[in-house]
Design a protein around this ligand. Structure first.
Ligand code: PMP
Length: 310
């Protein structure tokens, strides 16, 4: 089922706030034809205690978006600060008082033919939806290595959250789900582990937390970076960024995914092989609980990661 937008709720489109139903693009739009859009997915957490929505790591998401614009030869008039304000304003105007997901998109908005980047005009739009858990995060996911390879950074840059690159994610995720699994794990062309379809991957081996390096055809996740920092600084866990072999997934003690949507999602089996005890492992559980405290603004030291909407 598609996303049910609230009729009349405001989105940012072509330089102004307009009702959702007015934000329409032409079938000739460059981004629609060639996948030349760039986006972010950002969560806002509702806190009852403060009766507020806290947007998690807004600055870092906007920073990634703006840096990625350079890869895609995109120029937009809005500054980082203005993009942050637009993200906040669409939430304010939505009237939501619950968990939200904010999606700013920079896209080639020209009605022109030809798969090129430079000289094609870009524009920014932004919308917000309500969002609870994107996948099960309590019992552990049953996942499978997909037969699709993660796209190479030298083909369609995996570092860049481009709309076109999500064909790769959709192929992997559909293959896994159609075969009865919850999620997919991508290998790279060289056979090492990259990440999930829309999430980064961690393994735990002998108490060490291991994740693929930023040069391993991954999207450098903001949740990934958050977990690396929290694990090292708050839990005193040794963290290692190094290539992961497929078979390490079968012999390690824990596997979990991280992402804005997935949050911290433990994995209980990979390719029908039980991981650890077949339930969320102790390190994943500790990190998950700390992560939820941090995103809800409960940890003073990391409060600067949370931007209040109201
Ligand atoms: N990898 C991919 C392919 C993704 O789509 C996402 C979700 N944005 C992630 C990793 C996780 O990134 P983040 O933690 O910044 O949401």
């Amino acid at each position: 089922m598609g996303i049910q937008m609230e009729p009349g709720s405001a989105v940012f489109f072509e330089g102004q706030y307009v009702p959702t139903e007015q934000a329409k693009i032409s079938i000739m739009t460059h981004a629609f034809n060639y996948g030349t859009g760039l986006f972010e997915g950002i969560r806002g957490y509702y806190t009852k205690d403060e009766d507020n929505i806290l947007v998690f790591r807004l600055k870092e998401h906007v920073d990634r978006l703006v840096r990625n614009c350079n890869v895609m030869c995109m120029d937009i008039p809005q500054s980082r600060e203005e993009i942050e304000n637009i993200c906040i304003e669409v939430i304010r105007r939505s009237g939501f008082k619950e968990g939200v997901y904010i999606r700013p998109i920079v896209y080639k908005d020209e009605l022109s033919l030809g798969p090129k980047l430079s000289g094609v005009h870009s524009s920014l739009c932004c919308y917000v939806i309500k969002l609870g858990d994107y996948c099960d995060i309590s019992t552990g996911l049953d996942v499978a290595v997909t037969s699709w390879r993660r796209l190479s950074d030298n083909a369609i840059p995996s570092r860049v959250k481009s709309t076109g690159s999500y064909v790769n994610s959709a192929l992997a995720s559909s293959e896994a789900k159609d075969a009865g699994f919850d999620e997919a794990i991508f290998l790279r062309e060289d056979g090492s582990v990259a990440e999930g379809s829309a999430m980064n991957l961690f393994i735990v081996m002998d108490g060490k937390l291991i994740t693929s390096p930023v040069t391993a055809d991954i999207l450098v996740g903001i949740t990934r970076n958050t977990i690396l920092e929290l694990a090292a600084k708050e839990l005193g866990i040794e963290v290692v960024e190094r290539p992961i072999a497929r078979t390490e997934l079968y012999v390690c003690d824990e596997v979990f995914f991280t992402g804005t949507g997935a949050q911290v999602a433990p994995v209980r089996s990979v390719d029908r092989r039980i991981v650890g005890q077949g339930e969320p492992g102790p390190i994943a559980k500790q990190l998950q609980s700390l992560y939820f405290d941090v995103v809800q603004g409960k940890v003073a030291k990391y409060r600067h990661w949370c931007t209040p909407v109201f």
